[in-house]
Design a protein around this ligand. Structure first.
Ligand SMILES: *[C@@H]1O[C@H](CO)[C@@H](O)[C@H](O)[C@H]1NC(C)=O
Ligand SMILES: *[C@@H]1O[C@H](CO)[C@@H](O)[C@H](O)[C@H]1NC(C)=O
Ligand SMILES: *[C@@H]1O[C@H](CO)[C@@H](O)[C@H](O)[C@H]1NC(C)=O
Ligand SMILES: *[C@@H]1O[C@H](CO)[C@@H](O)[C@H](O)[C@H]1NC(C)=O
Length: 322
């Protein structure tokens, strides 16, 4: 009888354990969805900066208050002039000649994003520490400046790459090598070398930053740190290695602790079930004994060895034993 609740509790624990890795995979998917949602929102707000826009001028946008800390800009360009002349300086970006746009549009808008202190919230990167904010450069159709949810155009440097000169790079911890990181719009992450300490280059649009590999041991396989819950991934202080270390252990500790708690709760549930069951059985037995005793007095001196079987039939038996 006690088997049922016990197996239920075990099932819960097992499901939880097998569900863990799946859950983190979903988090990765959902972070890509979050990127696209954020890009769409920032496209909308960047386009709002345009009031009778002139081409080739940078317009700074205002983000909604729930995203304070992110800065955005927009610049409208003729496709032909982008390709023929490039853009000497658009915030940190320098766009060379030869950038081609697909599909065909007459004019395009380049939306610039600086995710600031939101970089690690939207672009958490396990085992890496950001030395600079995440910057984005995305291209959109400029034909309708009040459009929302526009798909990005495809832009590609056909000659020299587009370069980004980060202005505020934190110093590289001793023994680490800084890397440029590029997130494309489909969730692909690629690393390349930093040039001159703060310059990265790209042939495509997307999001960019400078990172170093963190020295902390990677978390246990069962507990990949959920994005957004590793606060020290961010643009942190120098020599944050120790701090990062403890953060990882806190994360590992919470996961292990959570697991232990769950197992404990499962065991507790089994015990409570068993206890309730035993108590009920005791009560039933007591009731049965009382019933039997009463019955026996009324029936006579017939002593029944097993109450369960005999309880319903003492009258019959007593008839056979006159
Ligand atoms: C922030 O606010 C805007 C406008 O109020 C809303 O559309 C958006 O969903 C919010 N985003 C987040 C991440 O809270
Ligand atoms: C970023 O900083 C701003 C203030 O400058 C604050 O309002 C916002 O909550 C911060 N965002 C995060 C994710 O910490
Ligand atoms: C650009 O937007 C205009 C107006 O909304 C539309 O007619 C045109 O098809 C769009 N071009 C592309 C390539 O999406
Ligand atoms: C990733 O970067 C390497 C160089 O760092 C490059 O060779 C490779 O083509 C890149 N991958 C993609 C998909 O762009």
């Amino acid at each position: 009888m006690g088997l049922l609740p016990r197996s239920h509790a075990m099932l819960v624990v097992l499901i939880w354990i097998f569900w863990l890795p799946k859950r983190s995979a979903e988090l990765v998917d959902s972070s890509i969805r979050d990127h696209r949602t954020l890009d769409a929102l920032l496209q909308d707000y960047a386009f709002r900066a345009f009031v009778r826009p002139r081409t080739g001028i940078v317009y700074d946008g205002v983000v909604p208050s729930n995203l304070t800390g992110i800065s955005i800009s927009a610049m409208r360009l003729r496709r032909g002039s982008l390709k023929a002349r490039g853009v000497k300086a658009y915030k940190e970006f320098e766009i060379p000649v030869g950038v081609v746009v697909h599909p065909y549009v007459k004019r395009l808008v380049l939306v610039y994003q600086n995710l600031g202190n939101w970089s690690t919230v939207y672009y958490p990167l396990a085992n890496y520490v950001y030395l600079a904010p995440v910057l984005g450069l995305l291209a959109y159709n400029a034909s309708d400046l009040s459009a929302k949810n526009l798909p990005e155009l495809d832009i590609r440097a056909s000659g020299q790459p587009i370069s980004l000169k980060f202005s505020d790079v934190k110093s590289v911890p001793d023994g680490s090598v800084a890397k440029c990181v590029w997130f494309n719009l489909h969730g692909l992450v690629n690393f390349s070398n930093v040039v001159s300490g703060n310059v990265c280059s790209t042939f495509e649009q997307g999001h960019f930053s400078i990172v170093v590999e963190s020295t902390a041991p990677s978390p246990a396989p069962v507990s990949p740190a959920p994005p957004g819950e590793v606060p020290n991934e961010g643009p942190t202080t120098r020599g944050g290695g120790k701090k990062k270390n403890t953060t990882v252990w806190i994360v590992v500790g919470s996961v292990v602790g959570g697991l232990a708690l769950l197992v404990f709760l499962g065991v507790l549930a089994v015990w409570v079930q068993g206890y309730k069951h035993r108590k009920k059985m005791q009560q039933m037995e007591k009731a049965a004994e009382v019933g039997e005793a009463l019955h026996m007095t009324s029936v006579g001196n017939t002593k029944a060895p097993a109450a369960m079987v005999t309880r319903t039939q003492p009258t019959l038996e007593s008839e056979y034993v006159p």
